[in-house]
Design a protein around this ligand. Structure first.
Ligand code: AMP
Ligand code: ZN
Length: 319
């Protein structure tokens, strides 16, 4: 970790009278940067907050521009059959969000309204639709890429951005249930995708340095579910398949992953029958940027008043 200089308010110290200072989340609400909805991890965002998200999105686009990635944007929902085939439920059943809908007739409608009226559970009659919420921006991409046939010899590179859903309610403002992820996704040979990941480890680090934030790159693992999951997580770490760029936001001890660099080996290639030009199964890698998390890191370190941010940071974001 380089040059962490916690601001005086960093750890929510106690007041003279022993009362806790407002948390970072409280201060974001008080300033109107985030807007309460009554659900932890589900927030509205102010124009000022969005101006940072948009500037980051453009900055990430500029950093990758020379690579000519193909831009694709999917809505924040994906096909349920594709989601089932992706294997997400094996690793993260607890994080998944499904879209259910009313499919009944008038009798069931009357029952539903009566339940709402009585304050009882009205959702029992809701049926799963063919849409689930997108868990990571790259999940809808693999079947689409595979349907195009074998990769060209140079592989493929995609530029994605999506709202993502993860069922992880929390009072940490950096852990949202609905948040935006920008991604670049590389498909090709192991050499091609590893070179891509290496280049983004460098570019991502430089980007966060340019934003004058303290950072550390660490080996990481996804939060695989259950006992079998612990083995998967250990494997992922031991094989160096996931790295995260961490910035202290909620605390210095538990810094927040703002970027992640993932090598999936042939997992998605095998799952989706995605092959290289020579017929070998394709390897894939992605770099993910948490747009709200980087925004929150900037607010934490440079203050809640954007106009007072260091000149150099403002220049990187807004020219
Ligand atoms: P992951 O697929 O878990 O590596 O996530 C990719 C990026 O999305 C992370 O590096 C974070 O910046 C961001 N992210 C992941 N989970 C959340 C969350 N619950 N709230 C906000 N951002 C998140
Ligand atoms: Zn991804």
């Amino acid at each position: 970790m380089e040059s962490i200089q916690p601001t005086p308010t960093f750890c929510e110290p106690l007041d003279d009278d022993g009362l806790a200072e407002p948390t970072f989340l409280d201060r974001l609400f008080d300033q109107g940067l985030l807007v309460r909805t009554g659900v932890d991890g589900l927030y509205g965002r102010s124009g000022a907050f969005e101006s940072v998200v948009e500037a980051l999105d453009r900055l990430i686009g500029r950093l990758g521009a020379a690579d000519n990635a193909e831009v694709l944007r999917f809505p924040p929902g994906m096909s349920r059959p594709a989601f089932e085939r992706s294997g997400y439920l094996k690793g993260f059943p607890n994080l998944a969000g499904t879209v259910h809908s009313f499919c009944g007739h008038e009798g069931e409608h009357a029952k539903l309204l009566a339940c709402v009226e009585a304050g009882e559970d009205w959702t029992a009659g809701q049926k799963a639709t063919d849409i689930v919420l997108t868990p990571a921006a790259c999940y809808p991409l693999y079947p689409v890429a595979a349907a195009r046939g074998p990769l060209p010899a140079e592989g493929r590179l995609f530029d994605l951005q999506s709202y993502c859903f993860r069922r992880e309610p929390s009072l940490e403002p950096t852990r949202m249930q609905l948040f935006r992820m920008r991604e670049y996704v590389r498909m090709g040979s192991p050499d091609q995708v590893l070179a891509f990941r290496e280049s983004w480890l460098e570019r991502g680090t430089q980007m966060i340095r340019d934003l004058e934030l303290p950072l550390a790159i660490d080996a990481a693992n996804d939060p695989f579910f259950g006992r079998a999951g612990r083995m998967l997580a250990n494997n992922q770490r031991a094989q160096g398949l996931k790295f995260e760029l961490n910035v202290p936001v909620n605390s210095v001890e538990k810094p927040t992953a703002c970027l992640s660099f993932n090598y999936h080996q042939d997992h998605f290639g095998t799952t989706w029958d995605l092959v290289q030009a020579d017929g070998d199964v394709a390897h894939t890698a992605c770099v993910g940027f948490g747009l709200e998390r980087i925004t929150l890191a900037l607010l934490r370190h440079h203050g809640l008043d954007l106009a007072a941010w260091p000149e150099g940071v403002r220049r990187v974001l807004w020219g």
